[in-house]
Design a protein around this ligand. Structure first.
Ligand code: ADP
Ligand code: MG
Length: 210
C-alpha cells in the first residue's frame, strides 16, 4: 500500500456522508441511555467539516485537522472534544508523510486510540467508543503483515465485534453511567459512530488502492 498523500480531502467528505446518513439512528441510540444529541452533534460537525474541505487539494492529515478543529470548537457533548482530539492526533501522526502506507495507517490508528484514552480515561468494557476503537486498532496492527486491504478488513470486523459487545455492558463512564444496570441491553451510541467512522475510513482507503 502506498497512496500519495495529496488530494485526500474527499476522505473527510466520505466520512461525513456516512455520519450524516446515520444521524437519526445515532441520536435514537443516545436517546435510549443518554440525552439523544449524539447524531445531531456529529452530523453538524462532520457536515461543516465536509464543506470546509470541499474543492481543496489537502493531505489526509490536513483534512483530518480541519475536521478536528470543527469538532473541538463547534460541537457540544462529550464527543466533540473526544473526536476532536482523536482526529488531531491522527493528523499529527501523518505529519511529513508523502505517502500513506501501512506504517502510516498503523501510526494514525494508534495515535487515535492513545489520544482518546488520554483525554477520557475509558478502558475496554466501560461501554464507550473505546470498545470499538481499541480492538480495531489492535486488529490492524496484528494483521498489517497481510497487506493493507486485509488489515483494514480485519480492523472493520474487530470494530463491529467491539461495537456489538457494548450491548451486554453496563456503562461506567459518561451520561449513560447514571443509569447503572439499566444501561445494559443497548448499543452505545459512541461505539456505533466510531464503527461507522472506521468502516468509512477503511472503505475510502481501500477504494483508492485500486
Ligand atoms: P454527551 O454524553 O455529552 O451527550 P454525546 O452524546 O455526544 O455526548 O456522546 C456520548 C458518547 O460518548 C457515549 O456513547 C460514549 O461512547 C462516549 N463517551 C462518554 N464518555 C467517554 C469517555 N470518557 N471516553 C470515551 N468515550 C466516552
Ligand atoms: Mg448525548
Amino acid at each position: 500500500m502506498a497512496l500519495a498523500n495529496r488530494d485526500l480531502g474527499a476522505v473527510v467528505a466520505e466520512l461525513a456522508a456516512v455520519i450524516v446518513a446515520h444521524k437519526a439512528w445515532l441520536s435514537e441510540l443516545d436517546g435510549r441511555i443518554g440525552d439523544g444529541d449524539h447524531g445531531a452533534n456529529m452530523a453538524k460537525g462532520f457536515a461543516r467539516a465536509a464543506d470546509r474541505v470541499a474543492g481543496q487539494d489537502l493531505t489526509l492529515g490536513a483534512a483530518l485537522a480541519i475536521l478536528s478543529d470543527v469538532l473541538m470548537g463547534e460541537i457540544g457533548g462529550s464527543m466533540g472534544p473526544l473526536y476532536g482530539v482523536m482526529f488531531d492526533d491522527m493528523a499529527q501522526a501523518l505529519e511529513g508523510r508523502d505517502v500513506i502506507d501501512i506504517a502510516a495507517v498503523d501510526a494514525m490508528l494508534k495515535a487515535a486510540l492513545a489520544g482518546v484514552q488520554a483525554m477520557g480515561n475509558a478502558r475496554v468494557g466501560d461501554k464507550t467508543m473505546i470498545d470499538t476503537l481499541a480492538p480495531a486498532v489492535a486488529a490492524f496492527a496484528t494483521h498489517r503483515d497481510k497487506g493493507a486491504e486485509e488489515a483494514l478488513a480485519r480492523m472493520v470486523a474487530a470494530a463491529e465485534t467491539g461495537r456489538d459487545s457494548t450491548i451486554g455492558l453496563v456503562a461506567r463512564l459518561g451520561r449513560a453511567s447514571r443509569l447503572g444496570e439499566r444501561s445494559r441491553g443497548m448499543l452505545d451510541a459512541g461505539a456505533v459512530s466510531c464503527c461507522l467512522i472506521l468502516t468509512a475510513l477503511a472503505g475510502s482507503l481501500t477504494k483508492r488502492l485500486d
